[in-house]
Design a protein around this ligand. Structure first.
Ligand code: PLP
Length: 232
């Protein structure tokens, strides 16, 4: 199947999940998670109407962003990996939204380096998995208040990478917990939902789903060590 066909199927599934939850599909931003996929595949997706692209590694993303830009295309670029502080400057120059602010220290570095207000999401480790980055659920409200006071940071919402489970319905309590935190903070965005769980995430209030395999097909290259997700 072509990327355009995959996108059409994904959009239909998003629409149906929205119908079940009595939501408008306009409330859900589809972000293509393109790690390991070549710039040509991203170009194909953007030409088929995908407006938002997420990348996990600054080093991998920069040449791909350059190639997509050279093709005359300008999707919104989301950073969705673990951001090392020594890559903040490059990330700020290339990305429109940093979805994965996972510590107060990283927020401070971004704030210091920013020349203009930077849109960010705070990453929450809802499953409290040791292997994952992000604020613990009980830390995020005080952290958001502190981070919200730093100059040049525009905190727009919360993001999570949910644990891998057999049945996505098992994730509902975690998605609900993230939504409740977002509501407590009065923020707009809730970035949750990947290929295996996006319909459940939408039913639980997601405003951004990050889909890799459902759009681009199976990843054949293993993600580098330190990646937040397995590529099973
Ligand atoms: C890889 C990745 C995705 C997409 O995963 P799929 O299972 O391919 O949909 C979403 N979010 C993050 C943070 C990722 O690393």
């Amino acid at each position: 199947m072509s990327i355009a066909e995959n996108l059409e199927l994904v959009r239909a599934r998003i629409r149906r999940a929205c119908e079940r939850a009595n939501r408008s599909p306009d409330e859900v931003i589809l972000v293509g998670a393109s790690k390991t996929f070549a710039a040509e595949r991203i170009i194909e997706a953007v030409q088929a109407g995908l407006m938002d692209i997420g990348e996990n590694y600054v080093q991998e993303a920069l040449p791909k962003i350059a190639a997509v830009t050279a093709a005359g295309l300008q999707p919104r670029w989301h950073f969705i990996g673990h951001l090392q502080t020594n890559k903040v400057k490059q990330a700020l120059a290339a990305f429109d939204l940093i979805q994965t602010v996972d510590s107060l220290h990283l927020a401070e570095v971004i704030s210091r380096r920013a020349q203009r207000p930077v849109a960010i999401l705070l990453e929450v480790n809802v499953g409290s998995e040791l292997s994952k980055f992000g604020f613990a659920p009980e830390e995020v409200v005080p952290a958001a208040e502190q981070i919200g006071r730093l100059p040049n940071l525009d905190v727009q919402g919360l993001m999570t990478v949910a644990p891998i489970v057999d049945d996505p319905n098992e994730l509902r309590p975690l998605f609900r917990q993230l939504r409740a935190l977002r509501d407590t903070l009065g923020l707009r965005h809730l970035s949750m939902g990947m290929t295996d769980d996006f319909e459940v995430a939408i039913e639980e209030g997601s405003t951004m789903v990050r889909l890799g395999r459902a759009i681009f097909g199976e990843r054949v290259v293993a993600a580098p060590a330190g990646s937040q997700v397995s590529t099973s």
